[in-house]
Ligand binder design. Structure first.
Ligand code: ZN
Length: 404
């Protein structure tokens, strides 16, 4: 059997399988149960989050021999043909290449006739925002008074480009980007089933790069599997994705928090020699510091990260001070633009990182107060009173500890 790409192999075949779009699934399933299915649906949302998949599932739900049902059998002729895209009564139309008025006229002519075999004639139009103005006008008439056996399911990434007249005649559902934690779980499951030994850390790189699109994430996995075989190593995954190995970014953050300027400079040299895109690195580092701040604030690292990464981050957060992390973030985030525009990006990055180390506060307020207490305790009662009152003698001793 030829290789089936993961996005097709793992395309959800039931509403329950649809990862991250529970809010849409619930409403649509209820409508089917209560026999209140609209005649036109509009599925909007970013690319690769399951709009077309949901459209096919809805078509199956409506036309399944055992339906209409929110749980189509997946086995009858209607279900299998819809899944394969060969059903006579379900037309999948790419709006980008069939955007003319003549294409819509053809749909209108066809829609008059009863379905050949199944319950409904269903038109799924993908990228519907690409239709021409005249095509939308032609579509409008059918949308206003569609024959009872006709259903339309439109999908688009750019709902704002649709005329209001079309929008107002559709039941609209907004698909969301899939959250990083949910996607990580799903990818882990798929990799287990595919018997590929890939680390959670590597998967979280995939999650980050795919920005909430399941289809993109699965395409990236395909790419990794073919480039790195069944046991991909983290650094090979990073190379295959063209991203930066997470351990490098983590080490940078660690060195910054610990004010280890020597290590910072060594790491910059390493990544520079490896040919890493320094702007990308700076962005990743800013993101890492954001995660660190989250970990400090919430007491736990963001769920979208691999477990080993979360542990390292939580531990580092314990040793860091909020004001310090915030300062580090400001400097690193602020230099992304500089690094991308500088004649010598390496120089810009090195200077920014050293500055970040120099400028970050010496310690937290409670830590400083404890130091003051310790110093005051070492002095006689008379001197301690002077320190408290900010007398000249006291000020010189506070100046002393500030320089440490
Ligand atoms: Zn069926």
């Amino acid at each position: 059997m030829s290789y089936l790409v993961l996005a097709r192999k793992w395309r959800p075949q039931t509403f329950d399988d649809m990862t991250g779009q529970e809010h849409v699934v619930r409403t649509v399933a209820n409508a089917i149960k209560m026999n209140r299915v609209a005649h036109a649906y509009l599925f909007c949302g970013p690319r690769g989050v399951g709009k077309t998949t949901a459209a096919r599932l809805l078509a199956k739900a409506l036309n399944c021999e055992n339906g209409p049902t929110p749980e189509p059998c997946g086995k009858c002729q209607a279900c299998t043909e819809i899944a394969a895209g060969t059903s006579v009564d379900v037309a999948e139309i790419d709006g980008a290449s069939n955007n003319g008025v003549e294409n819509v006229r053809e749909i209108r002519e066809n829609a008059k006739y009863l379905p050949q075999r199944d319950r409904h004639k269903i038109y799924i139009i993908d990228e519907v925002h690409m239709l021409s103005g005249a095509a939308f006008n032609a579509l409008l008439k059918t949308l206003e008074e569609p024959p009872g056996h006709v259903k339309f399911i439109f999908a688009t990434t750019e709902a704002h480009k649709l005329p209001d007249t079309i929008l107002s005649r559709c039941q609209r559902h907004n698909f969301r980007r899939i959250s990083a934690a949910v996607m990580l779980q799903r990818l882990k499951y798929i990799c287990e089933q595919e018997k590929v030994a890939i680390s959670e850390r590597a998967l979280s790189m995939v999650v980050r790069q795919s920005e909430g699109g399941m289809r993109d994430a699965l395409s990236l996995l395909d790419q990794i599997f073919s480039a790195c075989g069944p046991e991909p190593k983290d650094e090979d995954v990073a190379d295959a994705l063209g991203t930066i190995d997470r351990t490098v970014v983590q080490d940078f953050a660690d060195a910054l928090v610990r004010k280890d300027a020597r290590r910072v400079l060594e790491r910059v040299e390493e990544v520079f020699n490896r040919g890493t895109d320094l702007k990308r690195l700076t962005e990743e580092l800013a993101l890492q510091l954001r995660h660190l701040f989250v970990a400090k604030t919430l007491g736990e690292a963001p769920a979208e990260l691999a477990e080993s990464e979360r542990n390292a981050l939580t531990a580092l957060a314990k040793d860091a001070d909020p004001a310090q992390i915030s300062r580090l973030f400001d400097v690193v985030h602020g230099c992304v633009w500089d690094v991308s525009r500088a004649a010598h990006p390496r120089l810009a990055l090195e200077m920014a990182l050293l500055k970040a180390i120099q400028l970050s506060p010496v310690g937290s307020i409670p830590e400083l107060l404890a130091r003051v207490d310790r110093l005051a305790a070492g002095l006689g009662p008379e001197d301690a009173r002077k320190v408290a009152a900010g007398a000249p003698g006291g000020r010189s001793s506070s100046a002393n500890f500030r320089s440490h």
